[in-house]
Design a protein around this ligand. Structure first.
Ligand SMILES: Cc1cc2nc3c(=O)[nH]c(=O)nc-3n(C[C@H](O)[C@H](O)[C@H](O)COP(=O)(O)O)c2cc1C
Length: 346
């Protein structure tokens, strides 16, 4: 297996506002459950430092939850509130910055225990406030921005999707109304961090419960979805797909990230099976690993500026040196992704 093309496009710097990155490689957010009581310890700092040392341009942390009773359903998922957890995160930032890296936390709420329809306006306002509080803390701790998790069927996405949102008030109904909750979260975070602190929003068409789901079935619908989010203050979109090479709509090769860039005018991150031959849900549904593959197709799209940044998930779990090996042409040295990697997460 060889990579025939020059990988230079992946190693050109990226700059958007205050976000200055040495290259185009992003570590995708990946839940680890290694933070007992929600507090990230020194092993978490070591884990992210290892990726920064090996030239990951931007690290997006594992999902880390806001201060609300429904926000987490597992004890070992890190919190992004409270003194002890925030002290742990401060050490993570310092470790990554000392290694020359950049890092944003993925701010997460896993979703309504029942349905978003059950939340009253006061509850919604409290959750919005919890997001804004975490955003302010991210800035105070020295993070390089934040990513809001608006994908995969979690809370923000539950509001986006009509199958999980049948509210009849201002938060439900048309696409515009279903973006209302996200808009309030983005606006509150923007107020909390000021105009220059980067806010990334992760979105997906697919849901954990339905891979074929589509919030937008046409570019026009996608535009309706994106427009209020851009107006609310999103700086970059992180477009989650399981396979980056799949066209989003008929009649064009563009993937979801490509369409979002074209329609929103914002820089975008692509993701999905970069360097691997199996998509990541086969890990959860069938316990499957994945073998390394070349990245020529990815480089071609990056050179065409279909997207700006490239997030890499499992390949970076399996092999913290993935970016260095790509840059040096040591592709034959990649480690394949084995499910056992999840138990140690070196
Ligand atoms: C173990 C694991 C945990 C994940 N946790 C998260 C998460 O917390 N937040 C999120 O947005 N995506 C999560 N994802 C999805 C990844 O960010 C990424 O989109 C997916 O793995 C596809 O990239 P890959 O094919 O390069 O692995 C997770 C994926 C894996 C494998």
């Amino acid at each position: 297996m060889t990579t025939a093309k020059s990988v230079e496009a992946l190693f050109t710097p990226f700059s958007h506002g205050t976000l200055q990155l040495a290259n185009r490689i992003v570590m995708a957010p990946m839940t680890r459950q290694f933070s007992p009581g929600g507090v990230p310890g020194s092993n978490v700092a070591d884990y992210y430092r290892r990726r920064a040392e090996n030239q990951v341009g931007l690290i997006v942390t594992e999902g880390t939850v806001v201060d609300h009773p429904d926000a987490a359903n597992q004890d070992n998922v890190p919190h992004f509130y409270g003194e002890a957890a925030l002290r742990g995160w401060a050490d993570v930032v310092d470790a990554v910055h000392a290694a020359g890296g950049r890092i944003v936390p993925q701010i997460w709420h896993m979703g309504a225990k029942g349905q978003v329809n059950d939340y009253t306006e006061a509850e919604i306002a409290a959750i919005v406030e919890a997001f804004a509080h975490s955003a302010a803390e991210a800035k105070r701790l020295g993070f390089d921005g934040i990513e809001l998790h608006g994908a995969h069927g979690y809370l923000i996405d539950q509001f986006f999707w009509e199958k999980t949102n049948s509210r009849t008030d201002r938060y439900g109904g048309s696409m515009l109304k279903r973006t209302r909750f996200a808009v309030e979260v983005i606006e509150a975070c923007r107020r909390a961090v000021g105009p220059e602190f980067p806010i990334i929003l992760r979105i997906s068409q697919w849901k954990g419960t339905d891979y074929a789901a589509k919030l937008a079935t046409t570019p026009a619908e996608l535009e309706q979805w994106l427009e209020p989010l851009v107006a609310a203050g999103v700086d970059l979109f992180h477009c989650s797909t399981r396979r980056f090479w799949e066209p989003e709509f008929e009649g064009s090769e563009l993937n979801l990230a490509g369409w979002v860039k074209k329609l929103s005018g914002k820089p975008v991150i692509t993701v999905g099976s970069v360097g691997l031959d199996e998509d990541f849900m086969t890990l959860f549904t069938q316990g499957k690993g994945a073998n390394q593959t070349g990245i020529d197709g990815l480089i071609e799209r990056l050179e065409r500026e279909e997207f700006d940044l490239v997030a890499v998930g499992r390949a970076l779990l399996a092999d913290p040196e993935w970016p260095s090996k790509i840059r040096d042409g040591r592709v034959d040295e990649f480690q394949s992704f084995m499910p056992e990697a999840l138990q140690t997460l070196y």
